[in-house]
Design a protein around this ligand. Structure first.
Ligand SMILES: [Zn+2]
Length: 269
């Protein structure tokens, strides 16, 4: 699978791996054509526009001007709807299939891991296709055109985006997306799973992929795994704040390095 050559020492270490945790950020989605928020070519590249987008995607704006929040969300969801999982997403599914215990922690809200077929996902920032009414609390969803399910019970994302307004519940209330907006807390149930599956009992191997790793809940699982003597790998073309303490920093794309790792893992089940 693929041409990417892993270091010999890593190939040897991978033979003993039974449990795996994978942490993904915007970099893996960028390889599917979704713009990253920050950094070169990101949607926050222009600082003024970045500030405006952060303000639009904040809890206070959602309360005072939900149409504005939704116009920014439709931009993000619009990019997601046109994207498909890449070789990196597919390799993560293969890693889950081979592992005795597996968890995927993602910062991405584009649903690409779900679409690729990953099962045990902690989408810590939520999923842009899921909705909840701010008045009655009823949950709903956008039908995901990428799954081919165009006749589902949910809302048509293209029609809602074209209207350019916040979608509304039959009760008259405004839907919010089930994503963590700027200034909001991370959901407690997902944090509890993160602690239980990555920190309390760190997997044999923890991989960080395509994230600049500035959030403590991304850095911490890598640190904890490293200190517990577990195998740690970072996959990122650029160095980050965790590059110096991981066992292996692979300066590569997710779509190149992850298939090589998936192929090198032993079959356990
Ligand atoms: Zn409602």
């Amino acid at each position: 699978m693929g041409d990417f050559a892993l270091p010999e020492a890593l190939l040897v270490a991978l033979r003993d791996v039974r449990s795996v945790g994978v942490i993904t950020g915007a970099g893996i989605s960028a390889e599917s054509g979704i713009p990253t928020y920050r950094g070169k070519g990101g949607i926050y590249d222009d600082p003024d526009e970045g500030d405006r987008t952060v303000e639009a995607l904040s809890a206070p704006t959602l309360q005072s001007d939900p149409d504005r929040t939704w116009r920014a969300l439709f931009q993000i969801a619009g990019a997601a709807v046109n994207a498909r999982p890449n070789a990196g997403h597919t390799a993560i599914v293969e890693i889950e299939r081979k592992a005795e215990r597996f968890v995927l922690l993602t910062q991405n809200v584009d649903g690409l891991h779900r679409l690729a077929g990953s099962r045990n996902i902690i989408d810590i920032h939520g999923d842009a296709f899921e909705l909840i009414c701010m008045s009655c609390g009823k949950q709903n969803q956008f039908n995901d055109p990428r799954t081919g399910a165009t006749t589902g019970q949910g809302l048509d994302i293209h029609r809602c985006a074209a209207a350019g307004r916040a979608p509304r519940c039959p009760c008259g209330g405004v839907y919010r997306p089930e994503v963590v907006l700027f200034g909001e807390m991370l959901p407690e149930d997902k944090l509890r799973r993160l602690y239980a599956e990555l920190l309390d009992n760190p997997p044999d191997l923890v991989i960080s992929v395509g994230t600049s790793a500035m959030f403590p809940y991304i850095v911490q699982p890598m640190l904890v795994a490293r200190m517990a003597g577990k195998l740690t790998i970072e996959i990122n073309p650029e160095p980050t704040e965790i590059s110096d303490f991981v066992a292996f920093h692979l300066k590569a794309k997710a779509g190149d390095a992850l298939p090589a790792i998936a192929a090198a893992l032993p079959n356990r089940v």
